[in-house]
Design a binder for this molecule. Sequence first.
Ligand SMILES: CC(C)(COP(=O)(O)OP(=O)(O)OC[C@H]1O[C@@H](n2cnc3c(N)ncnc32)[C@H](O)[C@@H]1OP(=O)(O)O)[C@@H](O)C(=O)NCCC(=O)NCCS
Length: 129
Amino acid sequence: MQSAEEPKGELVIRTIAMPADTNPSGDIFGGWLMSQMDLGSGILAAKTAKSRVVTVAIEGMSFLKPVRVGDTVTCYAWVEKIGRTSMIIPVEAWVQRYMQGEVVRVTRGVFTYVAVDPDGNPVPVQRDV
Ligand SMILES: CC(C)(COP(=O)(O)OP(=O)(O)OC[C@H]1O[C@@H](n2cnc3c(N)ncnc32)[C@H](O)[C@@H]1OP(=O)(O)O)[C@@H](O)C(=O)NCCC(=O)NCCS
C-alpha cells in the first residue's frame, strides 16, 4: 500500500535494517538511520561538488516513525542550496515494511556539507557553468 505522500528527490541509498542495527530492546538505532542518511546525502554532495566533502552540520533531524528489522530503508535527497564551499541537502528516509507493501516516511533532516581539499581545507564548490 502506498502512502498518500510520495518521496521526492534523488534515491541516494537503499539498504535493509538488520538485527545487528538494533538496540537491546530490538528497535533500530536512530544513529544507524542517521548514518545511512549521511552516507546517502554525502554521495550526492560529492557528486555535486566533484570533490571530497565533509559533514559540517545536521539540522532539523526528526524521527517520525519507528524502523523495524527487515524493513527496506531508502534515503532520498536533493540539493537545496549551494554556497561558496557549502551545500545544504535535505534528506528523508522512507521504509517499505517487511513483507508488506506499506511505504512510510520515517525521518527527515537537513545535512550541510563542505567541499574540502585533500588537507581538509574548504574549497569552492565547482560549478558546471
Ligand atoms: C567543515 C570545516 C572544514 C569548515 O571549516 P571552517 O574553518 O569552519 O570553514 P569556513 O568558516 O570557511 O566555512 C566553510 C563553509 O561552511 C559553512 N559552515 C561552517 N560551519 C557551519 C555550520 N555549523 N553550519 C552550517 N554551515 C557551516 C560556512 O558558512 C561556509 O559556507 P560557504 O563557503 O558556502 O559560505 C571544518 O569545520 C571541519 O573540518 N569540520 C569537521 C568535519 C568533519 O570531520 N565531519 C565529520 C564528522 S564525524
